[in-house]
Design a binder for this molecule. Structure first.
Ligand SMILES: [Zn+2]
Length: 485
């Protein structure tokens, strides 16, 4: 179990550690955003590093700095006030020490360190942080959230943006950028970039049609629908020699443009790439705040990590659902509210620790439930629901699904099972007395007990609904405003 004590050991054993600086979220939120033009050039810089470690220690190895194009993010919302993320990236003016920019995030490393593999040896994962290019020297810092919820700095470096260490070569032209909708200047828009992987040159029009079909679904889902004018959507098409992506469980290996593969952390449906630098160099051809990697596959799969990117298979029956669900993770840091599907994480959220995710709680202090303003006075906390019956139905399905995966069943068979469980659980959840009410329903974030979700059903819980619960919807709306106001 990862405790506060274990975290201290972790920090002290990190080779590049500077003195930990604890800060509360409110301390970091007090500074007003500095005048943008005085502080920043209007371009984007990127720092790339390897995030390495084991379950017991953690280190950062700098890989380099890269100049990108125009800064597409907000020019007023520079300091992150959301208090969301397992990690936080911060930039401080060297001369005054004032905070110029910050963003909470989660990472592949941050997930990997909770798997069994991290107890057996080292892992190393590329990470890239993009930020508005400062005019003067700065400190860049990485912080990790401790068990008490506060961030502690574990890496810091100095950057002179005018130095020879920043690669200012032109971003190479690769593929084609296609605008699907542009609604205004990138500084006032959520600029969504959908990147192709596993599409051949002949499948270019299919990719554009897939990207349009799925992003249209996102933009009719609340709260995106009522803010659709704040979204610009572009595609990046880079052809690959063969159709599809790698699937190690079936011994299928593809040389796709961005290295997406099934079987991340040995989970059949989890799709990630470990080539973030190649991806970022290509994506830098377009202005973007958020990335979705759309891969050309009939097989069910995807993934989403907060402020990293989301991945989605194009051709499955639930693809529209997966597109919206995974974007919920990557855009607003929403937690998975389900708890029965197989995952590789051993203890994603340590016991007794309040999750940072806006839609999950350990209910350590029921009177101060973090979404209590959305709970009406007649709803009991915790909120009763028929979890026993739901679990009976769902566990039977999970067993069938595991068998289907083991037997390498067809996608048609997997989708038949998904339709069956959807029909059965939709009936169960529709009869719940507190359906549609915000409360605290036990079972969330891969744990049947001890973690709670805001409503009995939500896009982050099951494939049944077409809407987010009110807590998820509010978190998504706050993120939209952070990019556009
Ligand atoms: Zn929700």
């Amino acid at each position: 179990m990862r405790s506060l004590l274990a975290l201290c050991v972790l920090l002290l054993s990190t080779g590049c550690l500077s003195t930990p600086r604890h800060s509360t979220p409110t301390q970091s939120s007090n500074a007003a955003s500095p005048d943008f033009d005085a502080r920043f050039t209007g371009s984007t810089l990127r720092v790339d590093y390897a995030h390495c470690g084991t379950s017991q220690q953690e280190a950062i190895a700098l890989l380099g700095y890269r100049a990108e194009g125009e800064w597409a993010g907000s020019r007023t919302q520079l300091v992150d006030r959301s208090d969301t993320g397992k990690y936080r990236f911060r930039m401080f003016d060297k001369a005054s020490g004032s905070e110029l920019y910050s963003r909470g995030f989660a990472s592949i490393y941050g997930e990997w360190e909770t798997t069994a593999a991290a107890k057996q040896g080292w892992g190393s994962f590329q990470e890239c942080q993009r930020f508005p290019e400062p005019r003067a020297s700065v400190f860049l810092a990485l912080e990790k959230r401790a068990a008490d919820g506060r961030f502690a700095e574990f890496w810091r470096t100095e950057l002179d943006p005018q130095s020879r260490f920043v690669d200012r070569s032109p971003i190479p032209a690769l593929g084609e950028v296609i605008a699907l909708r542009e609604n205004g200047p990138s500084a006032k828009q959520v600029d969504l970039l959908i990147v192709a992987d596993g599409y051949t040159a002949q499948q270019r029009d299919k990719f554009v049609a897939d990207a349009k079909r799925l992003s249209d679904i996102l933009l009719v889902t609340q709260p995106f629908a009522r803010h659709a004018q704040r979204f610009s959507v572009r595609c990046l098409f880079v052809p690959t020699p063969e159709s599809g992506i790698s699937n190690p469980r079936k011994n299928i290996w593809k040389d796709s443009a961005f290295g997406l593969s099934f079987n991340a952390f040995d989970s059949d449906r989890y799709v990630l790439t470990y080539e973030d630098r190649i991806l970022r160099n290509a994506a830098a051809q377009a202005p973007y705040d958020a990335l979705i990697l759309l891969f050309n596959e009939r097989k069910y799969g995807g993934g989403g990590i907060y402020n990293l990117w989301a991945t989605v298979a194009s051709d499955t029956e639930p693809a529209p659902y997966v597109f919206v669900h995974e974007f919920g993770h990557s855009f607003a840091g929403l937690a998975d509210e389900y708890y029965s599907s197989q995952v590789a994480y051993e203890e994603f959220n340590p016991a007794g620790v309040e999750p940072w995710e806006p839609n999950a709680t350990a209910l350590l202090d029921p009177k101060n439930l973090k979404w209590k303003d959305l709970v009406d006075s007649t709803t009991p906390i915790p909120t009763p629901w028929n979890q026993t019956l739901y679990d009976q139905v769902d566990l039977a399905y999970q067993k069938q699904r595991a068998e289907a995966i083991a037997q390498q069943a067809s996608e048609e068979r997997n989708e038949e099972l998904m339709r069956e469980i959807k029909a059965q659980t939709a009936v169960l959840l529709a009869t719940e007395p507190h359906r549609g009410k915000v409360g605290a329903f036990q079972g969330s974030m891969y744990e049947a007990k001890g973690l709670y979700r805001p409503e009995v059903d939500c896009i982050m819980f099951s494939r049944n609904p077409t809407n987010f619960c009110k807590v998820c919807e509010r978190a998504l709306e706050r993120t939209i405003l952070m990019y556009t106001e």
